[in-house]
Design a protein around this ligand. Sequence first.
Ligand SMILES: C[S@@+](CC[C@H](N)C(=O)[O-])C[C@H]1O[C@@H](n2cnc3c(N)ncnc32)[C@H](O)[C@@H]1O
Length: 258
Amino acid sequence: MSWCDPVDSDKHSWHRYSRFYERHFATIGAVASILEYGVLRGASIRWLRRMFPQAEIVGVDILPQQPEWPTGPGITYLTADQGDRPGISTMLQTLDRRFDLVIEDGSHLPAHQANCLAETFPWLRAGGLYVLEDLQTSHPQHSLYRTHCAPGTPDSLHLLLLLEHRRALGQSLRRSDVEGISRGGLFTQADVGRLAEMIAEVDVFHRATMPLRCYACGTDDFDFVAMTCRCGADLDIVGPDSMTAVLRRGPAPARSVT
Ligand SMILES: C[S@@+](CC[C@H](N)C(=O)[O-])C[C@H]1O[C@@H](n2cnc3c(N)ncnc32)[C@H](O)[C@@H]1O
């Protein structure tokens, strides 16, 4: 066990994100202000409280506050719909604070991931981290992408892979990149340009190991040859599952468009 393992969340037992987060959280410095989209039963709010006991934590969900959600000093809940981009913008302007850490673990719909990324990233402090969790749902082979996006719609996964690629090759973003990613309507050209300037680092994790426990039956009774759980669940070693991205905000414009 490590300080970063959220034992009662699928972040750890299924997706195995926690060691990846641990490496990044160790680099972030003081954490005074956190925003998380997606509360569910409150497991990740409890996890954040344990890791960052002094931080102000805002949990945002489409649900009103539930009795089982953890409460206490420094924990606030807001009700908002990730599908309502103007509403998210108004919520952030009302909060009017710089976040050290944002975790987006809400509906996982590609359009909602794009809305939250475009609206929330500008509220990160320099050096702060934005976690776009379960990014696999923006993969064109994922069922959520296939049911909610017209084929070929560029989304957050496409944008982040593009930014990482240009960065790895030491290249500037091209005008054609901006036009390509904004075609389809999830991001405007202004969104792409602004995010490209602010995002200094993109680190993508894709699980290539067995989960610790099956999401369906909760056991670790796996068939290692069939790569399934004995209950029949596919352990998703190679498909579009269990991808998360950690994005770091740079101190200054990170790249220019040529
Ligand atoms: C994956 S769960 C969050 C899990 C939690 N972060 C954890 O690790 O324990 C997703 C949450 O997103 C919320 N949600 C679904 N659609 C939403 C929307 N359109 N806007 C805001 N929240 C939404 C759900 O109510 C649910 O609580």
